[in-house]
Every structure is written in C-alpha cells, then in structure tokens.
Design a protein around this ligand. Structure first.
Ligand code: URP
Ligand code: ZN
Ligand code: ZN
Length: 461
C-alpha cells in the first residue's frame, strides 16, 4: 500500500518546509517537492501541516487504583488518543507487590496485545524495589522496557524508600535505563491531610490543600541529589510546581542529566477547579492542580519553551464521576487519583502554545512527539523523515472546536475542559502506514497497534 500526502507544510522539531510525502508500507519512503509518483491513495494536505504522530509518554489504561480501575481500556483509550493525533503511548506496567517486574509486564501485555489501536511501549511501575530484582532491571532494559517509575508518594501502595530508589538509580547508571520519579513527600502529605479531615475539610479541595507545592520541590531536590550521587540520569513525571521546576533548572544549570515532563492539566486547570463541592473530585490528581495566582502555569509554559521541560505527557488515568470518583464522598483521601486527557493533549498544547504565541510550531512538535521519542528510545518515531515509521498527522492549525464529554472518544463520563474552545485539530491520522482517522471517521481496529521495543535514551548517548 502506497499513500501520497500532497501539498502540506511539513513541520518537524528542527525544520519546516513544503513537500509531498510518499508512504510505502509502514515507512516513509520519499519526501520531496511535487512528487510525481504512483500511489494507491492520495491525501490532500493543502493548507494544513503534516506533523509526526503525537507520542504520549505517560498513560494509565486500566490502572488499578484506590479500589477501582482506570476506565479506559487499551482499546478505548488508544482509539481516543488517535482521534487526538497521538499515534504512540507509553503506558505503565505495574509490578505486583511481592512479585516481579516481569509479572507486571506480562499482565500489561495481556491487557494491551491484540487490543491496542496505536503503537505502545511500557514503562515499569516499581511497587516493591527489592535487591533480588536488580538483575531483572538489566534484562528489561535489554528487552526494550528501559524505564522504571518509582514514587516518593502513596505510602503503603507505591512509595519507595530513599535506599531503594538509590539502588535502582545505581542499577540504571550501569545498564543505561532511566528512572522516572513521582516526586511528592507522601508521608508528610498524609499528616497534613489527616489534620484537614480532623478539622472538617473532607471535600475534594482538601486534596489540593494537603499536597503543598514545596513538598514536590523537596522531593525533587532530594531525588536530584540521589541521582547525582548514583551518577544516574533522572526524569520527573507530571511536574506541576514552579518550586520544583526551579530545582530542576538549577540542576540542569549545573550540568546534571535531569529531565522532566509536565501535563496539560497543570497548564490549563487550577486549585479552584477542586473547590466546587464534590464536583471538584473530577479534578483530583497527584500532584494536584496548583493555585493559579501563584504563577505555576506561566512558569511551566516557560519551562516548555526554554527546554527545561522536554515533553508533555497526559498522565491519562480516567475515572467516571458517577460510581468511581464518588467513592471518595465524605473523605477526599478515598477519591481515585487521576484525570482523563489522552485525546486533548495536542490541541491544548497547540492552542496554549502556538495560538497564544508562546512557542513556534516546531517546539510544539518537539514537546508533543520528538522529545519523548528521543528520551524514551523510540528511534523510528517522532519525525517526518525517510525511513521513519509512517505515523503522520494532517493537522489543521486553524480549525476551532469545543471540547466536551458529549463529543470526546474517551470512555469517561466527563471532560475536564467542558466547553473550552480550542484552535487546532487532527484531520487525518496515519499509524504505521494505515489511515486510522479520516476527518472524524474511525478506520482503525483493535490490534493495529504493536508493542514497541524501545532503545536506551538517545538524550544520554
Ligand atoms: O493522579 C494521578 N497522577 N494518577 C495516576 C498515578 C500517578 O501518580 O501517575
Ligand atoms: Zn505519578
Ligand atoms: Zn501517572
């Protein structure tokens, strides 16, 4: 099957130019001006951009959390991602406590294989970092699961001690893997949260009030120093606080290999969203949404523009308001943590980044695709280039549309951005040579997506 994209403006992280693209099978075969070639299908991209398919490095399909499961399956979540212009996700395979990393990986393969509509990779969530598992980390890195998420949050569930984190970091310093960190001070947050509940604050706002931004900064600083001592790189997931970003900036200025992502919710939503009675439970995630007046959002945008933040992930972890978020009525500590967002990432970042004048189209592509590809070893993805996977999006930078639960494809009963009008939309989405979304029409199927064995990080070579 040969597909020709005609007349578009190709936007890569490092360059923009007019050109046609010939896709042959699963790969990009030829790029040039006014290509005179035969093709089975022609996609007219006149007046539009052609960008590399989005890469979301942080999703949680079917994550068990707080006595329930994130609602989107690999099928529904990956389909929604595709509608939003994302053609690769990296999801988190959870090690069962007391079990091995491989058991977690096997479980996640059972959930995802044959069901996912776009390509996918896995990180490992480390629930229980034991010495006997250190050699297994080496094996996983060699098998393309090169990244391990550890937590200084969620005591009794995912929290690891500093000693365990340090050992894992030392192991990746040897084997070329990368430690991802959820940086908050979980035990101290629990103290503040218990005080709030004792004083009568049981609504969702308590979640935001308990999790101080300086707790994120404290953990970020501690982890950077542990990584420095271990001579290992470190990547912070879902950075939300300006104080944490400042710690990261200082480390980067000192030449340390410290990296981070942020998420759309920290750029668009705020602590006030948690404040509308129990409706605020829709916005409960960790780290929490921050006080808009304190200026976190503009600092995070600056971090994205200047390169301190390398990628935008969604931390997509959707729970229905009815029946799931409601498990925390009367005690905010029981609300399942997480928000939907895998579908809206590109359009929100395009709108807030490019349309509102903060960044170039190239940087938009870099933080939604290329940056994650390079950091996470997706060596055939993240660019419109000959020989690369034909993951392509015909993106209309002018189309305006309104985000709503009534039109989104995620399997969740609300949208965090209900009624928000954004500019920019994915018209045609191709995944490894197959058009799976064509102007709102779904042409993909479960199992089109393949597991991607990732290389070691290209940022660290
Ligand atoms: O609230 C969140 N972020 N839920 C998903 C788990 C995590 O910490 O990423
Ligand atoms: Zn986390
Ligand atoms: Zn997460």
């Amino acid at each position: 099957m040969r597909t020709l994209f005609k007349g578009g403006t190709i936007v890569n992280a490092d360059a923009t130019g007019k050109g046609d693209i010939l896709v042959d099978g699963e790969r990009i075969a030829l790029i040039g001006e006014n290509l005179d070639v035969t093709a089975d299908k022609v996609v007219d991209a006149t007046g539009k951009w052609v960008i590399p398919g989005g890469i979301d490095p942080h999703t949680h399909m079917e994550l068990p959390f707080g006595g329930t499961f994130a609602k989107d399956t690999f099928e529904s979540g990956s389909r929604a991602a595709a509608f939003g212009g994302t053609t690769t996700i990296i999801d988190f395979a959870v090690q069962p406590r007391g079990g091995t990393f491989r058991q977690g990986l096997d479980t996640w393969h059972e959930k995802a294989d044959g069901r996912t509509c776009i390509d996918y990779g896995f990180h490992t969530i480390v629930s229980d970092m034991r010495d006997d598992l250190l050699p297994e980390m080496d094996a996983l890195v060699d098998e393309g699961v090169t990244t391990f998420k550890l937590f200084t949050a969620y005591p009794g569930v995912f929290l690891s001690g500093d000693d365990a984190i340090f050992k894992a970091m030392k192991q990746t310093a040897r084997n070329g893997g990368l430690i991802l960190m959820h940086a908050e001070n979980g035990p101290v947050i629990d103290v503040v949260a218990a005080d709030l509940v004792a004083q009568g604050t049981t609504d969702p706002i308590g979640h935001g009030l308990a999790r101080y931004s300086i707790f994120e900064a404290e953990a970020t600083n501690r982890l950077i120093r542990l990584a420095q001592a271990a001579k290992a790189p470190v990547y912070f997931v879902h950075m939300s606080a300006k104080e944490a970003l400042n710690v990261l900036r200082a480390a980067q200025n000192d030449g340390l290999p410290a990296f981070a992502e942020t998420c759309p919710q920290y750029l668009f939503l705020g602590l006030d969203d948690l404040g509308n009675g129990f409706n605020g439970s829709k916005f409960v995630c960790s780290p929490p949404l921050r006080d808009r007046a304190a200026g976190h959002q503009e600092e995070l945008w600056k971090g994205l523009v200047k390169g301190n933040l390398s990628a935008v992930g969604t931390d997509h972890c959707p729970f229905d308001f009815h029946g799931q978020k409601e498990m925390g009525r009367g005690d905010f500590r029981k609300i399942p943590n997480g928000l939907p967002g895998v579908e809206e990432r590109l359009d929100l970042i395009h709108h807030g980044g490019v349309v509102e004048g903060r960044m170039t189209p190239n940087r938009f592509v870099e933080i939604t695709s290329t940056g994650a590809a390079r950091l996470f070893g997706l060596t055939k993805k993240g660019a419109v280039a000959v020989g690369y996977d034909a993951d392509l999006v015909v993106y209309d930078p002018n189309r305006r549309h309104t985000l709503s639960a009534s039109t989104h494809h995620m399997d969740v009963d609300y949208s965090c951005y209900e009624g928000l009008e954004v500019q920019g939309g994915s018209d045609v989405v191709m995944s490894r040579g197959k058009v799976i979304v064509d102007n709102g029409q779904w042409l993909g199927k479960p199992g089109d997506g393949k597991f991607v064995k990732r290389e070691r990080s290209q940022f660290l070579r």
